[in-house]
Design a protein around this ligand. Structure first.
Ligand code: FES
Length: 175
């Protein structure tokens, strides 16, 4: 008798606990799709997914900065003069010899897309500054030209190029 009295509440407790557990699991299951719908970009971007950039608002002579994988990316709509300057310099005279043609996409020569991290010690250079119509790094004075190539100062290499492709004349995918 004593055994059955003490067994009954135990069984009820178990049922109560079990029901509560199912309800809690149910709540989590319904909450998850809602949360994942609210924040699709945060997790995707954190994972380093590619980003699409609309180029149409960038006027000729302007540059914008976007972020991909936490890195600043400069997208510059170069003027005819900037392209000509970049192509007029003898490649062999450059500290890190690379032609302008090798740094842009054929058929989209006015667009320069570079990772905006100085190859000296990692500062972010400023666009449209310096003596070469390109980028100037205020930390120690490195100067990059309108092709993002190092021309003067302590930086040892050109601004790196991120992987990207043109989806149309006015849209690129970075990554
Ligand atoms: S970090 Fe750019 S010049 Fe030193």
């Amino acid at each position: 008798m004593t055994t059955s009295t003490s067994a009954e509440p135990t069984r009820r407790d178990f049922l109560y606990v079990a029901t509560g557990a199912v309800a809690a699991v149910g709540a989590v299951a319904t909450a998850w799709p809602l949360i994942s719908q609210m924040n699709p970009d945060a997790s995707t971007i954190a994972a380093g997914a590619p980003i699409d950039v609309d180029l149409s608002p960038i006027a000729q002579g302007q540059a914008i900065k976007v972020f991909w994988r936490g890195k600043p990316i400069y997208i510059m709509n170069r003027t005819k003069k900037q392209v000509e300057e970049a192509r007029a310099v003898p490649v062999s005279s450059l500290p890190d010899p690379q032609s302008d043609q090798a740094r842009v996409k054929e058929g989209h020569e006015q667009w320069l897309v570079v990772i905006g991290i100085c190859t000296h010690l990692g500062c972010i250079p400023i666009a449209h500054e310096g003596n070469y119509d390109g980028f100037f790094c205020p930390c120690h004075g490195s100067q990059y030209d309108s092709s993002g190539r190092i021309r003067q100062g302590p930086a040892p290499a050109n601004l790196p190029l991120p992987p990207y492709a043109f989806l149309s004349d006015s849209k690129i995918k970075i990554g």
